[in-house]
Design a binder for this molecule. Structure first.
Ligand SMILES: [Zn+2]
Length: 51
């Protein structure tokens, strides 16, 4: 079964969850973020599944 194309962003397939390296604040966004909206620190993408 194919997923609906509306759920797939071809320009940013892995975005979604980010964690700030400075304050550990976690942010969810549909956009690719690089800086924390709270403290301006660097964000890293934590969208990689962990099991
Ligand atoms: Zn921060």
């Amino acid at each position: 079964m194919m997923p609906t194309s509306a759920n797939v962003d071809p320009y940013s397939p892995e975005v979604g969850y980010f964690e700030c390296l400075e304050c550990s604040r976690r942010t969810t966004s549909d956009n690719r973020l690089t800086t924390c909206t709270d403290c301006g620190g660097q964000l890293r993408n934590i969208a990689v599944p962990r099991e």
